[in-house]
Ligand binder design. Structure first.
Ligand SMILES: Nc1nc2c(ncn2[C@@H]2O[C@H](COP(=O)(O)OP(=O)(O)OP(=O)(O)O)[C@@H](O)[C@H]2O)c(=O)[nH]1
Ligand SMILES: [Mg+2]
Length: 428
């Protein structure tokens, strides 16, 4: 494990107040990237130094601390300008990385799907391009990670490298466009089927994948590491009567999410943007969960998703002493906050009931008998209703569908008992 020292700079009161939380988060990120945090250094200064970001005295202090602790890596809790990063590396003679690169490293380690890998590589290259100075340290980062041993310096000329990277960027963008087209057509067919799409979003590690597993009865990778999920996943999640919806697990958010990543993960975020409902998962047991929730809300409005109905789901209540009081609040029908534990399953029935009424509030259940020779009706039905069951019975099909009662008016002769028999709300 590489030993790392973390550095934070506050230039105003607000930053000073947030410094501790931000540094704790940075420590979590460093750990997730495979580094061991051996020291933390904070500075309060009226302004950022253009040359070395922090003051020269502070650089000296870090230099001494680095030798004392045997640190091989300095991680800044900010975004450094390329020249500042170079200046710091020269002064300290060890690798210096910033928050963006740290997050890029984690993403690079976590990306599994073809698309995820492409997106991370694109983000890394976009980050690297302005930092290319023909120097060994900068060049060695190409395609690799900031954490871990330095790769041998590239011998090629700077111009050549730049062109190579630009070519690669163009190629990746092209490939990503193809992937996005495929994704868009998948989305289109989902849309036509009337089945709603629900996206789980939230800060990293709040338990999105755990909820995904609990709701969709699927197993995706969950881990206490940050950013365990990068690739968006869509699965069916069923209510107990066979009715279902699509559920999407998405990449976790974080404060100061690097802009390179937001651009690259636009495809993932589009999934969120086109959903019928957003489940905003919040880890109620985490210190600073309100700040995390605010950051997520901010990112959601940045990507234009503010208009989508949203449910706030407070997770991990099993870790809290007032769990039972919180569960009681789920009884309030009007609430748009639900308290759950993905781990113990408590609160999940309330969440499902809520989702059910939210997603299918305009639809009711009908039983129909449709003669086999009415192919026109059989063809059109799936376009405006949800077909839950279709069974052959002699000259008929017996069908169970969910539909808007208004639309059903044209089909009264084909209804079996109508609402009286089958409109009963299912119990979960
Ligand atoms: N005690 C408790 N732990 C939970 C609960 N839900 C999730 N966890 C734990 O929290 C950690 C993160 O869970 P994930 O489901 O991977 O979180 P995520 O939001 O998908 O995280 P990323 O994909 O990394 O953004 C794991 O160690 C889970 O076991 C819960 O209800 N209670
Ligand atoms: Mg996850």
């Amino acid at each position: 494990m590489e030993k790392a020292i973390l550095v934070n700079l506050s230039t105003n009161q607000k930053e000073k107040l947030e410094a501790e939380e931000s540094m704790n988060e940075l420590a979590g990120l460093a750990l997730a990237a495979g580094a061991q945090v051996v020291g933390k250094v904070c500075q309060v200064r009226s302004a950022v130094s253009p040359k070395l970001f922090i003051g020269e005295g502070k650089v000296e202090e870090i230099n001494r601390l680095k030798d004392e602790l045997g640190a091989e890596l300095i991680i800044f809790d900010h975004n450094l300008r390329p020249s500042q990063q170079r200046g710091l590396e020269n002064a300290l003679q060890v690798k210096v990385i910033d928050r963006t690169q740290l997050i890029l490293d984690i993403f690079a380690q976590r990306a599994h799907s073809n698309e995820g890998k492409l997106q991370v590589e694109l983000a890394q290259l976009s980050y690297l391009l302005p930092r290319l100075v023909g120097k060994g340290i900068a060049l060695s980062r190409l395609g690799g990670s900031g954490i871990g041993p330095l790769r041998g310096p590239g011998e090629k000329k700077l111009e050549e490298d730049r062109r190579r990277i630009q070519d690669r960027i163009a190629k990746i963008k092209h490939e990503i466009r193809n992937v996005q087209k495929r994704r868009a057509s998948q989305r289109q067919s989902r849309k036509e089927s009337l089945i709603p799409l629900v996206s789980l979003v939230g800060y990293t590690s709040v338990g999105k994948s755990s909820l995904f597993n609990a709701l969709a009865q699927e197993t995706t990778f969950t881990s206490s590491q940050l950013f365990a999920t990068l690739d968006p996943l869509v699965r069916r999640a069923y209510f107990s009567d066979g009715l279902y919806f699509f559920l999407s697990d998405t990449v976790g958010f974080i404060r100061k999410l690097p802009v390179e990543l937001i651009t690259s993960f636009k495809a993932t975020l589009e999934e969120v943007n086109e959903s019928d409902c957003i489940i905003h998962v919040i880890d109620l047991s985490a210190p600073g969960s309100e700040g995390q929730a605010e950051a997520v809300s901010r990112i959601l409005s940045e990507i234009g998703a503010s208009g989508i109905p949203r449910l706030r789901v407070y997770n991990k209540i099993d870790l809290l002493p007032d769990k039972d009081d919180l569960l009681m609040r789920n009884q309030q029908a009007a609430a748009d906050s639900i308290y759950v534990s993905a781990k113990s399953g408590e609160g999940l029935p309330a969440l499902k009931t809520k989702l059910r009424s939210l997603l299918y509030k305009d639809l009711e259940m009908f039983e129909m008998r449709i003669p086999k020779d009415r192919q026109d009706i059989l063809d059109s039905l799936p376009r405006w209703s949800l077909v839950l069951k279709k069974q052959e019975k002699g000259d008929y099909y017996e069908m169970q569908v969910m539909a808007n009662p208004q639309r059903m008016l044209d089909y009264l002769p084909y209804l079996e008992g109508g609402e009286k028999n089958c409109g009963k709300k299912p119990v979960f």
